[in-house]
Design a protein around this ligand. Structure first.
Ligand SMILES: C[S@@+](CC[C@H](N)C(=O)[O-])C[C@H]1O[C@@H](n2cnc3c(N)ncnc32)[C@H](O)[C@@H]1O
Length: 406
């Protein structure tokens, strides 16, 4: 069995080499090493702590040691400094356990860097003079882009928000025969509550609750599905918004859910069944391709919760900031535009589309909508909803309601 600290180094090595996301790697390592709940918690805290603070930790390493480092030693030092300066674990444990992670030839160097960090802790933790993108560990291009879009102060608030662990929030399932007891938090919308401590897996298994951020609801509220309307949720997996649509309709019998990713469909089906929504129709379709003929002109309303850059949910997907490039944002807008163009003919006359993302980029939101309206003059923009993490304190979300006349 591997220690959580050793597992953290392995995960960081694997993360740096491939394209697997941190969450998946943590889950894989925790199961393989049969970690206890406490060790799993420590592993999670270290890996996410390093990824959230990667640039700052590397800045600290550059202050504590001159010269090159091999990638393995650098990851060991990242794990050590995260424990000491981010998680504030006791000095002795952080230093001793970190030195143990290195092979014999590297141990002297690791020991020296960790001891220097203990001695210089106060100076290292004074971040006032550092450039904001270093202090809050984001790539310069994102900080510059957000400063341009929201102003420098909001860009800094956003980076700080992205580094704070996200609360776990659940919504009660109105379709469940049993309702869990919970106290309504006045700061949360009706039927949402924060889970503190252990996630109640028994409530999840019985389909009494679904974990989702309150920002998820904006797009479905804008769609305002009515009972009996035939609705398409075109990019539906894993099913969070499908669940809200069915809650609005009081049933899933008129809902069709599709997704292009065959591997995500079983999870979508499982989630719907667990949530007492086994009647929802599901199928695989790639909306960058034309719609199946049978669906043309057949839906009252369509939700397009399209694939996006995820810049509104960086506090939950802490490694995406290091992988994303500005060109990826431009590339995904092509897919978003294709999905809109191929779904539009599936509406009945007078039907409506809600286009939604969990991105905070104008390029993926307003600009895609404007391009669609220019290409499809029969549609008008009837409303938008937006949540910005730095001002709303929730995940970022954008939704636009596009209507046709009857
Ligand atoms: C933002 S997620 C959807 C989340 C979902 N609406 C929910 O609330 O749980 C985007 C989904 O779009 C799917 N997707 C990506 N490209 C697609 C395409 N061309 N056609 C259909 N679905 C696509 C992805 O597999 C992913 O499941």
């Amino acid at each position: 069995m591997k220690s959580p600290r050793r597992a953290a180094v392995s995960i960081l090595r694997a993360w740096a080499k491939g394209h697997v996301y941190a969450d998946t790697l943590i889950e894989r390592h925790a199961s393989r090493n049969e970690l206890s709940t406490a060790d799993r918690g420590l592993l999670n805290a270290i890996v996410l702590g390093v990824l959230r603070n990667r640039r700052l930790i590397d800045h600290w390493i550059s202050k504590l040691r001159r010269g090159k480092l091999d990638p393995q030693t650098r990851d060991i030092l990242r794990v050590g400094l995260c424990q000491l300066l981010i998680l504030r674990l006791p000095d002795h444990a952080a230093v001793f356990e970190t030195v143990e992670l290195g092979k014999a030839p590297a141990r002297g160097l690791i020991n020296a860097v960790m001891r220097r960090a203990v001695a210089q802790r106060k100076k290292l933790l004074d971040l006032d003079e550092l450039p904001p993108a270093v202090a809050f560990s984001h790539p310069d291009w994102l900080f510059n882009r957000w400063s341009k879009a929201f102003g420098k102060d909001q860009a800094i608030d956003l980076m700080a928000f992205n580094n704070a662990p996200a609360p776990t929030i659940a919504r009660v399932n109105p379709r469940s025969p049993e309702r869990p007891g919970f106290e309504q938090d006045p700061d949360l919308p009706d039927d949402y509550f924060e889970i503190e401590g252990r996630v109640p897996t028994e409530l999840l298994a019985k389909g009494q609750i679904y974990i989702q951020d309150p920002a998820t609801r904006h797009s479905v509220e804008l769609l305002a599905p009515k009972p009996g309307e035939r609705i398409l949720d075109a990019c539906a997996a894993p099913g969070g918004k499908a669940f809200l649509i069915a809650a609005f309709q009081g049933s899933g019998k008129d809902l069709v859910c599709t997704d292009s990713n065959e591997k995500r469909l079983p999870r979508l089906k499982q989630n719907l069944e667990r949530l007492h929504l086994g009647e929802v129709q599901t199928s695989c379709h790639d909306w960058t391709k034309p719609a199946p003929e049978a669906w043309l002109g057949s839906f009252d309303a369509i939700l397009l919760d399209v694939p996006c850059s995820n810049t509104g949910v960086f506090r939950r997907r802490v490694d995406v900031r290091w992988r994303l490039q500005a060109s990826d944002i431009t590339a995904v807008t092509q897919i978003q535009r294709q999905i809109l163009a191929n779904a539009a003919p599936c509406l009945k006359p007078g039907g409506r589309i809600v286009y939604s993302t969990c991105s905070i980029e104008q390029e993926e939101n307003e600009e895609v909508v404007q391009a669609f309206l220019a290409d499809f003059p029969a549609f008008t923009l009837a409303g938008t909803a937006q949540a910005k993490p730095q001002t709303d304190g929730t995940d970022g979300a954008f939704a636009a309601l596009l209507e046709t006349s009857a």
